[in-house]
Design a protein. Structure first.
Length: 280
């Protein structure tokens, strides 16, 4: 089995933690970023130098650059970069505060963008690498009550789609991962709610709020299986552009893309009618 070195943001919980555990167990090295170093004491004590840790808030661009450069300098080469850090923000668009909007975009979108920008000079210099971007089923489909979360994920998917073409000549592969619901602490511990506006009791946005407030909905996705697929994808050449994980993700994305394509096909004549006429 090929041993690799990974840089993963947000390894304290969820997919980041599970991925770190699986990688360390098989002997890979992990450079992980966290907001609270103490939550990683158990893994650090068990795996020692295989686990390199740094404190990082991905809304701090200068800190991102410093941590990324330190990781490459101290570990020599990093084979895979996993953009994992992020959280969910839910509530109707009108309910969200300005501060919530800014922090969601700074974390999920700008933070991920700046991690990529920070690692690319190092990956180019070493002549190869792989970037895995954690997105969601909500990166291609949208639900009421998740407007800003969707904005951040649709935004990062567009960014990564462009970047994957830009960096292909440098032997750098890019994969966007779109999990459906998974039994991690993302939904009930790491997600945030907007202040409530009573009028939205009559809006479909209320269902997202109720799901988080009640905390009883269960997910069908096995996060450990999902993480294993993410890890195994690095051996694929060329890198898969996207990986949908979970039957709910596949079904929802398939429906959204089918409806979008049908709508586009219905507008074909209209679209072509706006070209300049070349008749003489």
């Amino acid at each position: 089995m090929t041993k690799r070195t990974w840089l993963i943001t947000g390894v304290s919980s969820g997919f980041g933690r599970l991925m770190t555990e699986q990688l360390l167990e098989r002997g890979d090295r992990v450079a992980g970023t966290v907001r609270n170093m103490e939550v990683m004491d158990d893994l650090k004590n068990k795996y020692g130098d295989l686990l390199w840790l740094a404190q990082l808030d991905v809304t701090d661009t200068s800190a991102i650059r410093r941590v990324v450069n330190d990781a490459f300098q101290e570990l020599g080469k990093i084979d895979v970069v996993v953009n994992n850090a992020g959280y969910g923000l839910f509530g109707a668009a009108e309910e969200l505060t300005d501060e919530q909007i800014i922090h969601q975009i700074e974390t999920n979108l700008i933070g991920s963008i700046q991690v990529v920008r920070a690692v690319l000079p190092n990956l180019r210099a070493q002549g190869n690498g792989r970037i895995i971007q954690l997105s969601t089923v909500g990166g291609q489909a949208a639900f009421p009550g998740g407007s800003l979360y969707h904005a951040s994920k649709w935004g990062i998917e567009g960014f990564m789609e462009s970047v994957m073409h830009e960096v292909a000549p440098f032997n750098i592969g890019v994969t966007i991962v779109e999990p459906g619901g998974a039994s991690t602490n993302f939904r009930y511990k790491n997600s945030k709610l907007a202040p409530k506006i009573e009028a939205y009791e009559a809006s479909p946005a209320i269902y997202a709020r109720r799901m988080l407030e009640e905390g009883t909905a269960t997910s069908i996705g096995d996060p450990a299986k999902m993480v294993t697929i993410m890890i195994d994808s690095v051996a694929q050449d060329p890198a898969p552009r996207r990986i949908a994980l979970g039957s709910d993700s596949y079904t929802t994305i398939h429906k959204a893309l089918t409806e979008r394509l049908e709508s586009l096909e219905a507008q074909k004549d209209l679209a072509f009618s706006t070209d300049f006429s070349h008749e003489k």
